[in-house]
Design a protein around this ligand. Sequence first.
Ligand code: SF4
Length: 435
Amino acid sequence: MPDSRSLFERLTPEGQRLMPVNYRFMEPLAEELGSVQRLAESSVYHADGYCCWGFHKPISRCCASSKPQSIQEDAREEEVSVEPIQTQPIDLVKKLRLGLEGVFVLFACCVPVRGARRSLICDLQRSVFCFIPNGLYKILNEHRGKTIAAIKALYGNSYDEVIEEYFEFLISKELGFWCTDPKCFPDLDFGWERPERITNAIIDADAASQHNYPKILSELDDLGCKALQLRFFCSPGQQELEAVLKAAAYGGLRSIDIIAAYNIELTVEALESLSIQYQRVNSVIIHSAPENRGCVIGRNVTLRYLAQAIDSPACCGQVHPRYFVTNLSAFAEARRFNSCLNRKISIDARGEIRNCPSLPRSFGNTSDTSLHSALAHNDFAALWEINKDQVEICKDCEFRYICTDCRAYLTSPGDVYSKPSKCSYNPYTAEWLPA
Ligand code: SF4
């Protein structure tokens, strides 16, 4: 493990200047407290101005992923003057480590979420989560700010070993640290706001589609759209694909995910050259392929060939741990808004403008309605506000802020607040049923 000093020195002068005062203060203690790596990472995280706030929003869950499951395994950005770093006497360090002095504080980016049967700590900086028992959730929330001795006493000293094990686990996973000044480490602000009227969009196409791509993409650009999924149920051919990407070449889009049916022209080499030429391409999925395989092409673009066919919007809406997103932006948005539909607009294969291609309601056709007019409809944003805390069963699920919702395929189709039907998780037993 690198020492804390060398990690600190690896920061740019700007990074060192911006390193939050509290983490800087902790840094000399980090090695003793067992969180060297985390403190150094936190420093980079803050110094880069929330570098982990990757924009990319998962906009469609339509097929199997080859990505590994990520089941288990800010404090304030404050300008500080460069002063000598304070140190603390070693006996205090030892007492802190033993929990004899001070209180335990979770890193601000490690957020506990309670479920019916078990809880999670979502690590929004490292994009992972880990399970904790509800007993530990209670200690972290209801007994927050208390010393370990006080917590043990609250349980009549009958669970001293278990409580010690809990804190050892949290330290070993680098989820928090002991300190004497917890007020100096405030919670993150989970407010979510974006200036864009639309942040993400889906355009579906099949062999009979007659989309006016330059017009649609220009309207999406006007609305501020940043992430686009192009979903071809047919095989577009390299030239057609290139024509669409060309139309998106000069707008404000940051990422384009392509899903297309297999075609002999869509070789790894051809797709690599396309992804290098059009650097907004973020991922490519070629469905109905002869075999399942995957690789990384160009500038870190994920390319996957899937034997599975994605031939209609009905392939969407799957809920699975491999689709969970554990980053600050997605987490903050999901706490307040619908994690799939918020600020989304979709154009189905016939040009109908919808919240999602799988939802029945159309707000006009692109042939005679602009995206702006569709968006201005009173009901267009109605589903954006349905967050997981309002959805039956999901509101008791520990995954509710990292899971992508679906309002198109529901367990009770007449009830817009019912659980997504393509989720096989039962939060009351903590079991995934076989699909
Ligand atoms: S129960 Fe709801 S929140 Fe939990 S995984 Fe399923 S869909 Fe997501």
